[in-house]
Design a protein around this ligand. Sequence first.
Ligand code: ADE
Length: 234
Amino acid sequence: MKILIFFAMQEESKKTVEHFDFKKVTPTNSPLPYELFEQKIHGNEVFLCNAGIDSRFNVNAVGTVPAALTVYELATKLNVDIVINPGTAGGFKSRGGNIGDIYLASKVLFHHREIPMGPYEPYGIGTFDAYDFGQLDQSLHFKTGVFSSSDSLTCREHEIEFFNQHQVIVKEMEAGAIAYVCEQLKIPYLGVKSITDIVDGGRVTAEEFLENLETASKNLQQFLTALLESLKVL
Ligand code: ADE
């Protein structure tokens, strides 16, 4: 099987790249800034990428647009069978979320695409399917639930109502875009998010996120190690 793993940030991907001794692919022959790596893991051909560094702003190219462009380009070029999207996210204490928790997506929504105009309303929200985690090894430790994406780290007051109404358990910035690409390409989207901050916890999100980024990235590496083992070719 060919697997594409997409991380938004270099910091999120570093521990996984090192753990598996992924080899960097250069040049990538792309106008996009992503970094691409490859490795054979348990009989699968695994490609790992991060969105790369934006050349104008010199920060990770986070958010929906670079995620969609990168995953579309690589998934089609490499003809992958599945996209795994590990990353960091905000969780909700009101729905049992804790810093460091690992969540797998059951559905993926957009919370910033408000189009109250008949059928455009559900189109905006998206409600994309995700990989059926019922197929995974029972020994893997994870929680599950609804992911929701927008291009903002911050949370606006009225968005809380959306999160409660849709029982959102993970708030992040790429899943919706990648799940959309996967839907078009008819390949499964497997979202894996580690919680760095609590949306309804009262802390300043950016501070809490930076405090927990390293631990969350380690948790992702450990989970991916177990996940890739469970996806091994027998
Ligand atoms: N990534 C990590 N924490 C996040 C949050 N609270 N919202 C969006 N993306 C995030």
